[in-house]
Write a protein that binds this ligand. Structure first.
Ligand code: IPM
Ligand code: MG
Length: 365
C-alpha cells in the first residue's frame, strides 16, 4: 500500500500525524504500508520555492493514495492567489484529474449536542456533498488583474464548465445517489449564470439514464437556507467547485464541528486524495488542540475507496464513535464546562479503540 503523505501546513501536520498513527493501528502487520512524505503548500514554498514541488507531484502520481493535511499559511493573505500555498493543492487536484470531491456530512449520535443548531433539526443528518473539483471559477481563463483604457484596474475570473466536465460529475453523483437513498439535489444558479444553465441542462439529460434516482434542483441561495433549516431532506448534493466549497463549510456545522469532516477526491482510477475539509487553521496551529478526527476519518475513506478495505474503514469509523461515546472531546466539540483533550491524546484514544476492535471484532449492527 503505497501512500504519499503530504502533511502541508499549520494543523495539517498535526492531524496527519494522528491519522497515520490510526492507519498503522488499523492495518497492523496484515499488509505492508509504504508511507512516503513530501512537502506541499507553504512547506513546499519553504523547501523548494513552489507550492507543488515536482517531486511531490511525482510521488503523488506514483502512489496508490494520497493522505493530505492542508495547505495555506498566513502569508497567503498578502500574495496573489496563484502564488499562495493553497494553489499547490489546487494544482495537485487538477494535475491528477481528481474531479469528484466527496464530502460526507454525518452527525454522529454521540455528537448530537455539539452542533450550534437544535438537536431536533440535526438529529440523523447523513448527506453526501459532491463538489466538482477541476473546473469553475477556480481554473477558468481568462483570469487576473488588469488595467482598462481609463487606467482603472479590474479583476476578472471566469466561471467555465464544459459539457463533458458536467456530464462526468453528474454520472458520478447519480451513481452515488443510487448507492445511498436514491435522492439527488443539484445546486446551481441557472437563473442568472449561463454556465449554470448549461449545468442544469446536462444534469437533467444525464438523469434520464437514472430513472430510479429522484432528481431535483435548487439555486445556491435557496440551498444554503434549506441546508440550515431542514438538513435531513438531503441525501446527495452535487454542485460546482465554488458553490461546493462554500456549502460544505456551512454543512460542517451540521456535524458538530468542521473538525469532523473528511473528504475524498477521486478521478477516473483508484488513486484518490484524502484530506480533512477544515484547512490549516494557522490561528490554532502548534498548540495540540486541533481535532484530528476529520483526518482520521479521511484515512478511513482512503481504505474504502483506494484499497477496497471496507472492513478496515468501518473499524476506524467505529473506533472514532467509541472514543466519542466514552466522552473524549477536543475543544471544538466541547460545550461550556466540558473537559477537552489534545490532538495527540485524541489520536492515542482512537488508536487504543482501533486495537481493541481488532482484537474483539466490530459490534454487529
Ligand atoms: C477546501 C479549501 C481549498 C479550496 C483551499 C485551501 C484552496 O478551502 O478544500 O475546501 O478552496 O478548495
Ligand atoms: Mg474550503
Amino acid at each position: 500500500m503505497k501512500i504519499a503523505v503530504l502533511p502541508g501546513d499549520g494543523i495539517g501536520t498535526e492531524v496527519t500525524a494522528e491519522a497515520v498513527k490510526v492507519l498503522k493501528a488499523a492495518i497492523g502487520t496484515d499488509y505492508s504500508l509504504d508511507l512516503q512524505e513530501a512537502p506541499i503548500g507553504g512547506a513546499g514554498l519553504d523547501a523548494e520555492g513552489t507550492a507543488l514541488p515536482p517531486r511531490t507531484l511525482e510521488l503523488a502520481r506514483n502512489s496508490d493514495a494520497i493522505l493530505l493535511g492542508g495547505t495555506g499559511v498566513i502569508e497567503d493573505e498578502r500574495r496573489p492567489p496563484l502564488e499562495g500555498a493553497g494553489n499547490g493543492l489546487l494544482r495537485l487536484r487538477r494535475a491528477l484529474t481528481l474531479y469528484a470531491n466527496l464530502r460526507p456530512v454525518v452527525l454522529l449520535p454521540e455528537l448530537l449536542d455539539a452542533s450550534t443548531l437544535k438537536p431536533e433539526v440535526v438529529k440523523g443528518v447523513d448527506m453526501l456533498i459532491i463538489r466538482e473539483l477541476n473546473g469553475d471559477l477556480y481554473f477558468g481563463e481568462p483570469r487576473g488583474i488588469s488595467t482598462d483604457e481609463s487606467g482603472e484596474r479590474f479583476g476578472i475570473n471566469t466561471m467555465r464548465y464544459s459539457e463533458s466536465e458536467i456530464r462526468r460529475i453528474a454520472h458520478f453523483a447519480f451513481k452515488a445517489a443510487r448507492a445511498r437513498r436514491g435522492k439527488l439535489c443539484s445546486v446551481d444558479k441557472s437563473n442568472v449564470l449561463e454556465t449554470m444553465a448549461l449545468w442544469r441542462e446536462i444534469v437533467i439529460e444525464v438523469g434520464r439514464e437514472y430513472p430510479d434516482v429522484e432528481l431535483r434542483h435548487l439555486y445556491i441561495d435557496a440551498a444554503s437556507m434549506a441546508l440550515i433549516r431542514d438538513p435531513r431532506q438531503f441525501d446527495v448534493i452535487v454542485t460546482g467547485n465554488v458553490f461546493g466549497d462554500i456549502l460544505s463549510d456551512a454543512a460542517a456545522m451540521l456535524a458538530g464541528s468542521i473538525g469532523m469532516l473528511p473528504s475524498a477526491s477521486l478521478g477516473p482510477g483508484k488513486l484518490g486524495l484524502y484530506e480533512p475539509v477544515h484547512g490549516t487553521a494557522p490561528d490554532i496551529a502548534g498548540r495540540n488542540i486541533a481535532n484530528p478526527l476529520a483526518a482520521v476519518l479521511s484515512a478511513a475513506m482512503m481504505l474504502r475507496h483506494s484499497f477496497d478495505m471496507d472492513d478496515r474503514a468501518c473499524l476506524i469509523e467505529q473506533a472514532v464513535r467509541n472514543v466519542l461515546r466514552d466522552g473524549h472531546r477536543t475543544i471544538d466539540l466541547c460545550r461550556a464546562g466540558e473537559k477537552s483533550i489534545g490532538t495527540r491524546e485524541m489520536g492515542d484514544a482512537v488508536v487504543d479503540a482501533a486495537l481493541r476492535l481488532r482484537r474483539d471484532g466490530l459490534p454487529a449492527s
